[in-house]
Design a protein. Structure first.
Length: 551
């Protein structure tokens, strides 16, 4: 997720492929009992949703870059709508929760990357061959040998250790994004995160990483990534948010240029990429080249904000508990022009999700429905910078963290095809999956788990910030059956519109699909806020390990 495509690359690279899950026909029937009857009613027609989207994705807001005037205008608009819906402010400052960032921008004219082989320099062309990540820190001068570490994972549960037996002290670890096929979804997602991947590397004395994206799982073509490589990245201020202490270099190499890295090693990138495409084991070996980088980064601090609102519950006991409905409000701002357009409007990513929150809030006011638990509507900033706003809120919530029973996150749900199938990420991890299965099926909608585990969507959006705090979470999108024409339409959207200026209000959308999705989200929210039982991770879920004492 990039004007700044780099945060996406880092999350994709550090949160990697998972095992295919059961197709829809093989999913077990849910035994979950709803607190309220799952009655099919119409509260939405898609039109009010689209009106919200049109405002938030208008050119006047200039792509809602984190900390920008355009984002502030979007936040002000959202606050106005929340007030109309009768919600209470629940931020640290009215509806706002200020979030402080350090912005980091590479000064490319003063930076370079060079391979050293047999004492001879082989420059890498920045943009064409490689680019720097500035999100996790960059030392001004690094020179070190390189070691290929396969997928670069340490997964104790599967007895996988890509670093075992390798001398990594003072060296750069080179890896291809991915994971072997025998690593379950949750484990590969967790151990591929920035935090978990860097821990064993740091312990082994490594000083940096070179990541080569797996060509089989790139959402965005390299040309679009490279065009925006000089855009600022952002990190939350505070040592508690440093995901990779001691990391001196994080370089991303274009797969089309990766053969340069492996020359003289006895291996080719083509052979390694073929193995990685099929998620087969990769070898580990020292590389014939070392790398020398010079990096200059300009930094500054800036402030953005989450917008937090509350709909109070009515139960004397359960009202102290909260259900979170979240969506990120930021997008990519102004970036490299494509077909003459430089505004990355983010209509589907994620004005669409914010519009669902606003529509649901308005519908609850109109209905006068009394919920037992309170509902927190969280519009978070900095998602495109690496889930930063939700990370801050989850770590420092404006309500008691232990009172948060669940998070339903909405991000880029893509109502561009009819809603016949709902893809649920985290379907089998908590009883939230059982609840949404019951609700969707009552409306004639089929459920499927993640059909593209290689992309690891479940850890690439804001629900992951809540998951890491032990809070049962779920996210879902309008789905398409693998291999269907609808799936091809979704793939074409990713290739042509995802993180591009063409994700704007001129694109075709299916208003009835949006309305149907909203009905399910509303029903799920009401179910969680009404059911006397608190949502729970399933006993076999990997994510249970994040549950904090007392939660």
């Amino acid at each position: 997720m990039f004007r700044k495509f780099l945060p996406l690359l880092l999350i994709s690279a550090f949160a990697l492929p998972a095992l295919p899950q059961q197709p829809p026909s093989q999913q077990p029937a849910s035994t979950y009992k709803l607190a309220r009857p799952a009655i099919s009613q119409s509260h939405f027609d898609g039109k009010s949703w689209w009106d919200y989207v049109k405002f938030l994705a208008d050119d006047r807001l200039e792509g809602r870059e984190t900390g920008s005037e355009g984002l502030r205008q979007a936040e002000s608009y959202i606050v106005e709508q929340l007030r109309k819906s009768g919600l209470e402010p629940a931020g640290a400052d009215g509806f706002y929760q200020p979030v402080e960032f350090e912005s980091r921008q590479i000064v490319e004219k003063d930076s370079s990357a060079t391979l050293i082989r047999d004492g001879k320099p082989e420059p890498l062309v920045l943009g064409e061959d490689a680019l720097f990540s500035t999100r996790t820190g960059l030392a001004p001068d690094v020179q070190a040998p390189m070691v290929f570490v396969g997928y670069g994972l340490q997964v104790p549960e599967n007895k996988i250790d890509d670093f075992a037996g390798l001398d990594l002290n003072g060296k750069i670890a080179v890896f291809i994004s991915g994971s072997p096929a025998d690593v379950p979804a949750a484990l590969s997602a967790h151990y591929g995160s920035i935090v978990e991947r860097w821990k064993p590397l740091h312990d082994a004395g490594a000083v940096g990483t070179v990541m080569i994206p797996n060509p089989a799982s790139m959402d965005v073509p390299w040309s679009r990534i490279a065009a925006n490589r000089a855009a600022p990245t952002m990190q939350l201020v505070g040592s508690e948010f440093n995901d990779a202490p001691g990391l001196k270099l994080a370089l991303v190499v274009n797969p089309a240029s990766a053969e340069k890295i492996f020359a003289g090693s006895g291996h080719t990138f083509a052979d390694l990429a073929a193995l990685a495409k099929d998620r087969k084991p990769l070898p580990h070996f020292p590389l014939a080249a070392s790398i020398h980088t010079v990096g200059r980064v300009e930094t500054k601090t800036l402030e953005s904000a989450n917008v937090i609102a509350r709909l109070p519950g009515t139960d004397p006991k359960l009202s102290a508990q909260s259900v979170i409905l979240s969506a990120h409000i930021d997008h990519l701002g102004i970036g490299a022009p494509i077909n003459g357009d430089a505004i990355y409007n983010g209509a589907m990513d994620n004005a669409s999700g914010c519009a669902v929150l606003l529509d649901v809030a308005a519908s609850l006011k109109k209905s006068g429905l009394k919920l037992r638990r309170s509902v927190i509507f969280a519009f978070v900033t900095g998602e495109e910078k690496g889930l930063q706003g939700s990370k801050f809120f989850a770590a420092h919530p404006t309500v008691d963290r232990k009172s948060i029973v669940a998070d339903i996150n909405i991000d880029m749900f893509l109502p561009i095809i009819p809603l016949k199938l709902l893809t649920v990420y985290g379907l089998n991890e908590s009883d939230l999956g059982d609840a949404v299965t019951k609700i969707a099926r009552s409306r004639g909608i089929t459920i499927q788990p993640d059909p593209e585990p290689l992309r690891n969507v479940f850890v690439r959006s804001d629900q992951y910030s809540f998951i890491r705090q032990g809070i049962p979470s779920i996210t879902m999108k309008v789905g398409a059956a693998p291999g269907s024409p609808e799936a091809q339409k979704m793939k074409d959207w990713l290739t042509n519109r995802y993180h591009a200026p063409s994700d704007d209000i001129k694109q075709p959308v299916d208003l009835s699909a949006a309305a149907g999705y909203e009905e399910i989200m509303r029903a799920l929210l009401i179910e969680i806020a009404t059911n006397p039982n608190r949502p729970q991770w399933k006993p076999e879920s990997f994510f249970r390990r994040f549950v904090q004492e007392g939660n």
